[in-house]
Design a binder for this molecule. Structure first.
Ligand code: UD1
Ligand code: CA
Length: 465
């Protein structure tokens, strides 16, 4: 038997989002909805995934970056038609199961996928709808069961009669099908639609009734977590999804022993790891693949995006992107660490310091009002206040090296590329344009001259008193 596969429907336009992006790329907690779905499907052990693209499909294909197969649905004729576009893909998995999902329902979860598959296989069903019970079923397809509570069919909102509209069990838009049965049902469905030629949408949900009519066994698996059905049709609903996801992520970290004393004021995205006893203070956003070790204090008012932070580090009122920060470092307040930095252990960075594409060695201190870009700074280096690497000549960027133990006096300009040797000393106010040898003192400024009595002769203005 070949492996199970998945088809994700993402051709829809999402008109009410008023967006220039495909709907499935709309982010929930800064992560595009389609990635929530593909991550969940791959984590549940399904490797073969086909995404059906349509509206602004090229953008979606580019976003997926070749990780999954894609097929294009050139005209949006409904969910059944969308699945049919993946016919060749499904045929390759003809003797297994296919999971069909909506690309705009981000909260589908691994447990639900696994448990529903088990249910599907144990019962020998040709189709298993994943359903959920929700208080306000408006807009969703209703699950219609017979008196023995066996699944009969799914009725869409538009077609539901008054009694059906009362039903609170709805179709999540995720289903397991025996692949061959799905293809047969869709074939029948397309023939029916062609004959009717009434311009109605071609509903995937009708496949259930068709299978039932041909004596195939079908079922509905009620998911434990009703939010799996949730999607967003407009920005207001999107804001609700964000809040649900935000709260869920915060709760997960609280459960893991992370301290978040004011949990309503913190945003932690999915795919973030945080060690226990770390404190996350208000106004903090932690994004994309960040890993923070134990006993750190992050915030208040900080953004950490795609960073690795070692144990016991403090980040206060600062922004850190795409970088690695060691253990017991003190970052901030008011520091900006731009991409591609490696900041060592026991370092001190800030206040008002910017780092970019640089290495800062262990024990090094860059404490005040300094810019370090494109540089390799060794261990135990001390930067005085107001230093700058002059790394851009207007055309090209250049790199400088500052050796272990160097001391850079206040107000120094380091005009790259230069090399300051180990334990080199730079006098305050210097503009360094040549290498400084190991253990040397560099003074690169004009010597001070005092002009006696100058003020009495030339003072350009007089004080009132
Ligand atoms: C669908 C289900 C409904 C279910 C709901 C759950 C049908 C007919 N109805 O309704 O029972 O309760 O999902 O959210 O299936 N799509 C395409 N091509 C199309 C049409 C849709 O790829 O031609 C994609 C959309 O991008 C979306 C998904 O299919 O990701 C669902 O389509 P949508 O129009 O949102 O269906 P719903 O009305 O939500
Ligand atoms: Ca929808």
């Amino acid at each position: 038997m070949s492996k199970n596969c998945a088809v994700i429907l993402a051709a829809g336009e999402g008109t009410r989002m008023k967006s220039l992006k495909p709907k499935a790329m709309t982010p929930v907690l800064f992560k595009p909805m389609i990635n929530w779905v593909t991550d969940c499907v791959t984590s549940s052990g399904i490797e073969d995934i086909c995404v059906v693209t349509g509206h602004l499909g090229e953008m979606l294909v580019e976003h997926l970056g070749g990780k999954f197969e894609t097929v294009e649905q050139t005209c949006r004729l409904g969910t059944g038609h969308a699945v049919l576009q993946a016919k060749e893909f499904i045929e390759k998995h003809a003797d297994s199961n296919v999971l069909v999902l909506n690309g705009d329902a981000p909260f589908v979860d691994i447990d639900t996928l696994r448990n529903s598959l088990e249910y599907h296989e144990e019962n020998g069903y040709s189709a298993t709808v994943i359903s959920a019970e929700i208080p306000d079923p408006f807009g969703y397809g209703r699950i219609i069961r017979d008196e023995n509570s066996n699944l009969l069919k799914i009725v869409e909102q538009k077609e539901a009669n008054d009694a059906e509209k009362e039903i609170k069990e709805v179709n999540s838009g995720a289903y397991w099908f025996r692949s061959s049965k799905l293809l047969a049902a869709l074939d029948t469905l397309s023939q029916i639609r062609e004959k009717a030629n009434d311009g109605k949408e071609f509903y995937l949900t009708d496949a259930i009734e068709i299978l039932k009519l041909s004596n195939d066994k079908v079922g509905a698996f009620v998911a434990k977590r009703p939010e799996i059905v949730l999607g967003a049709n407009n920005r207001a609903q999107l804001a609700q999804l964000n809040e649900i996801a935000r709260k869920r992520e915060v709760d997960k970290h609280l459960e893991n022993g992370v301290s978040i004393p004011f949990p309503n004021d913190v945003i932690i995205c999915p795919d973030v790891e945080i060690g226990n006893d770390t404190v996350i203070l208000p106004g903090t956003t932690i994004k994309y693949n960040t890993k923070i070790a134990s006993n750190c204090e992050i915030g208040p008012y900080s953004t950490i995006d795609n960073c690795i932070i070692g144990e016991g580090t403090l980040v206060q009122n600062s922004y850190c992107y795409d970088s690695k920060i060691g253990c017991n470092a003190e970052i901030g307040p008011f520091v900006r660490i731009r991409p591609n930095c490696v900041v060592g252990d026991n370092t001190r960075v800030g206040n008002f310091v910017e780092l970019k594409n640089s290495v800062i060695g262990n024990e090094t201190k860059v404490s005040h009002l300094t810019y370090i870009g494109d540089s390799d700074v060794g261990e135990d280096v001390n930067f005085g206040c107001g230093c700058a690497t002059v790394n851009f000549d207007g055309r090209n960027k250049h790199r400088s090296t500052i050796g272990d133990g160097a001391f850079i006096g206040c107000g120094t300009n380091i005009v790259s590329p230069v090399n300051i040797g180990k334990d080199g000393y730079v006098a305050a106010g210097s503009t360094i344009i040549e290498d400084v040898p190991e253990n040397a003192l560099a003074i690169a400024r004009t010597r001070q001259t005092n002009k006696d009595g100058w003020v009495l002769r030339k003072k350009p203005y007089r004080r009132m008193k």
